[in-house]
Design a protein around this ligand. Sequence first.
Ligand SMILES: Nc1ncnc2c1ncn2[C@@H]1O[C@H](COP(=O)(O)OP(=O)(O)O)[C@@H](O)[C@H]1O
Ligand SMILES: [Mg+2]
Length: 256
Amino acid sequence: MAGYQLFDPIETPLEGANLIEASAGTGKTYTVTGLFLRLLLEKNLGVRQILVVTFTEAATEELKGKIRKKIREAIDAFSAGTSGDSFLYRLIQRQASADKALRLLQDALDDFDEASIFTIHGFCRRMLHENAFESGSLFDTELVTDPSAMIQESVDDFWRHHLYTGSPLFVNYALTNRFTPGELISLLKRKMNQPFLRIVPEKEGPETEPQEKRFREAFSRTLKAWSVSKDEVAVSSFPAKGSTGVNILFQSLESG
Ligand SMILES: Nc1ncnc2c1ncn2[C@@H]1O[C@H](COP(=O)(O)OP(=O)(O)O)[C@@H](O)[C@H]1O
Ligand SMILES: [Mg+2]
């Protein structure tokens, strides 16, 4: 394949940074498993010193299972001195001492419960706990992968606080303008996904009480005038006839 370099987990250097991008089923897990073995044997690293992170709990369990199995297979292979598995076969060829390799593999298996194989959030949680002072995080900091329930709770809280106690006029206005708990939830999610977004205005909104008072007074004056002169008002002469605002006004006047 032109432009592509063939990746070989047994030959690839263990130094520096390597980025591999590959689609599902192409051998990523297989490769990580092989590299783990090479780090044990060629770099004399313990299982705690090799950090493996992946996305989900399921992928983490799969990786742990596959790496542990591969270590067992490697022990069998080194004991037998050969293997039908081409990776393990070549791994044996690369090792000067089978005894040393067996010792390292057995240690890895014994310590495997302490292997640093985590989900990304599991790793973050562990780092925050282990470095609680440096990171300024609380000892009982909890990392939540799905914050939906928290978002819902905050929105419910906000709604109870500001809308249940709000004047009917304000609540009505908010709902007519699609200011609903659902809208607030999606707003909050957008803000969380893009923390750099600035919410304007930053402070509390203006006091609506005086405006509402003026509105109610004006409405009541209009209502009185309407009952007296409604037959004189030629609705068709309104330039904005048909617009929602005018319709709502007429409906409101009609129903008092
Ligand atoms: N180089 C390889 N030699 C032999 N089998 C391989 C090799 N690469 C992948 N496989 C096998 O192919 C299947 C898919 O590989 P896997 O590592 O699970 O893919 P990915 O993690 O990219 O989805 C597995 O059964 C794995 O053992
Ligand atoms: Mg995989």
